[in-house]
Ligand binder design. Structure first.
Ligand SMILES: C[S@@+](CC[C@H](N)C(=O)[O-])C[C@H]1O[C@@H](n2cnc3c(N)ncnc32)[C@H](O)[C@@H]1O
Length: 207
């Protein structure tokens, strides 16, 4: 892992993604989680202050050790006991069917093999388990989509592998998740190519 990814990008990402608007979205996504919870791509721990009080323990994964270093203070302040794995979501050191909920916020955009990661999330969820997510991705407007395709090669370099142009609805549904609810909207005061959100809950479908 390079110096930019480990030391510079985590600070940049933490600054950009800690806005009040995004905090409200985080709180809304997390309001429905309970039981044994796993968070993929935990980053610098920006979700930690928004977990409901009944979540006392959390299992997390993120391959970037620079992110986890910045997450330490938020973990301590949250009072949540965190078991963290510094690994990518494509291969998780967790037992089959061991979680009730998986949380995924602004992470599927950055995972190199996102299909494999979703298969892993499906594997570790219990039969009634749910994926609670908010992701940015491919917009509904053709003009915005064109810019998303143009800018993704640059975005991948600047934002450590992040894609603007992933169709999150299709990606989630393709890995045996049934969408219980989903809403698409643009964040305010964020360029439309980066601010088109997919927010919702998906249920694990069995074989
Ligand atoms: C834009 S940041 C979002 C961080 C956090 N989820 C949030 O909402 O603040 C994307 C995160 O995905 C993580 N990531 C990158 N590749 C990954 C992979 N293969 N598996 C899991 N997470 C990954 C990055 O390290 C980073 O923490």
């Amino acid at each position: 892992m390079g110096i930019y990814s480990k030391y510079i990008f985590p600070r940049l990402m933490d600054f950009v993604m800690s806005s009040g608007q995004m905090s409200k979205v985080r709180a809304a996504v997390l309001s429905g989680v309970s039981g044994d919870v796993f968070e993929i791509g935990v980053g610098t721990g920006l979700n930690l202050p928004h977990y409901p009080k009944h979540v006392q323990h959390l299992t997390t994964a993120d391959p970037n050790a620079g992110m986890s270093k910045l997450a330490r203070n938020r973990i301590a302040e949250s009072g949540i006991q965190v078991t963290h794995y510094t690994v990518g979501g494509e291969s998780l050191p967790c037992k089959d069917e061991s979680f009730d909920c998986v949380v995924c916020t602004w992470t599927l955009c950055s995972i190199p093999n996102v299909e494999q990661a979703l298969r892993e999330l499906h594997r570790i969820l219990r039969p009634e388990g749910k994926l609670h997510f908010v992701e940015h991705g491919l917009a509904d407007d053709e003009g915005v989509r064109r810019w998303q395709h143009r800018l993704t090669p640059l975005q991948k370099v600047v934002s450590d592998g992040c894609h603007f142009n992933r169709d999150m609805r299709a990606i989630i549904q393709a890995q045996r998740f049934r969408l219980e609810r989903i809403q698409n909207y643009y964040l305010h005061k964020v360029p439309r190519f980066g601010g088109y959100l997919y927010q919702g809950v998906a249920c694990k479908e069995s074989l």
